[in-house]
Design a protein. Sequence first.
Length: 200
Amino acid sequence: MASLFGEGPTWLAGKWLNKPSHCRVDDHTLELVTDFQTDFWRETHYGFIRDSGHFLGFKTKRGFTAQVRINADFRELYDQAGIMVRLNEETWLKAGIEYNDGMPMISSVLTQGKSDWAPGCFSGDPTDFWLRVTVSDGVLRLQYSTDGITWPLLRLAPFPDADSYTVGPMCCTPERQGLRVSFSEWLLSPPLGRDLHDLS
């Protein structure tokens, strides 16, 4: 997959929603520490709306594929880091590892007015994993990888067709502050267009 960016500091092309107090770019790696009680959620079960999580968004065209590598040491309830696709404050998807019920779980939240939550067991090293999201023709395809080579399907869902989106790294800590996260190997390209069961 070809990157949208060249050899420069790729992270500088993104725009922050809720920039963390502590972040830095080292070569092509984005490192940050989460602020206190940050989250993305809308209404379901809890009744509240939170739009305070950290998100570095890159503007896309109508269709795209994006992927990123995530390194973090998840320890506390709801610690989370991964990728986000955002159309507006009421329409978005976030996905990644989320610490829940005493263990790291692979999780996605699709929000269209209200949020759902789909956690699942994760087999692999939760401190080092990849996520890939493709949006094309009104469909969102979410994949993850434990080795950067094989990409099982995590979610397939309808998602509004739009002229552009923002996509990029996301992390938050609803119960605390201080999760250290490193993002690397950021890629953004036209949609891959591969068969649904193609795991490469």
